[in-house]
Design a binder for this molecule. Structure first.
Ligand SMILES: [Zn+2]
Length: 241
């Protein structure tokens, strides 16, 4: 079974932000422990003896307002985010990154999260068909929870409507990110993609970008959903030309 851990970055409601990102990592069930161990190692180094108390949330690490990030310098905090993403870059080949980048204004009045969720389900299902596997989606419970719980209730009906989710088992599961290192990895991926599009800062994105799901030189793992971007040079758009 392939598990797709997802988290969101950006706000569907805030008009000052152009994009909403839903993104994360697809991991084969046996590889979950690899990610857990690698993030535990980083946590143990940061707070020896209390690795469990360290929760990796990229935006919190970036801003450095709370412990244990408060005591680190700006550069040290940036390095922690990159280190978490390097775990993705160096992981088993079957681990793949996925992300949907939704330009909110291009889809009004549709809810950006609905657009992103539909797109990422379609990408994940396409991957599952290619590897002939079954998959399950696991979301951080804080991920625009209300909207997604609604969507997950409609999952079966939507599945028929989209005709895209044949290999995804049941609706998405909601978990608390504290307990799942893979959800924390998903948080870092969503955050990096958001920074790449909203702030045009590819510092974090570039660390793991090679791990987006790719087949025959087309990068299927990332979807840039925006009107009027025929000339876009982002890796997803470029690979489809
Ligand atoms: Zn693009």
């Amino acid at each position: 079974m392939y598990l797709l851990y997802l988290d969101d970055s950006g706000s569907a409601e805030n008009p000052k932000e152009q994009y909403l990102v839903l993104g994360g990592i697809c991991v084969y069930e046996r590889q979950v422990s690899y990610f857990t161990q690698e993030l535990d190692k980083i946590a143990e180094r940061l707070v020896p003896g209390h690795a469990d108390s360290v929760e990796f949330h990229a935006s919190e690490i970036f801003s450095g307002r709370i412990d244990p990030w408060k005591s680190l310098s700006k550069d040290q905090r940036r390095d922690v985010i990159k280190e978490v993403l390097a775990v993705v870059a160096n992981s088993y080949d079957s681990a793949r990154a996925f992300a949907s980048v939704v330009h909110k204004a291009s889809f009004t009045p549709r809810h950006a999260m609905e657009v992103a969720f539909e797109d990422i389900c379609s990408r994940f299902d396409r991957f599952l068909r290619r590897v002939d596997g079954k998959g399950l989606i696991i979301l951080d419970e804080s991920t625009h929870a209300t909207r997604l719980v609604e969507l997950s209730h409609q999952f079966r009906r939507l599945g028929t409507q989209w005709d895209v989710i044949r290999n995804i088992v049941d609706g998405p599961m909601f978990v608390t990110s504290r307990a799942f290192r893979c959800v924390q990895v998903a948080d870092h991926i969503a955050y990096s993609v958001y920074r790449r599009f909203e702030a045009k800062d590819a510092t974090y994105f570039d660390v793991f970008a090679k791990r987006f799901d790719t087949d025959r030189k087309i990068i299927h793992g990332i979807g840039h959903l925006e009107k009027g971007i025929e000339d876009c040079m982002c890796i997803g758009c470029l690979s489809r030309r």
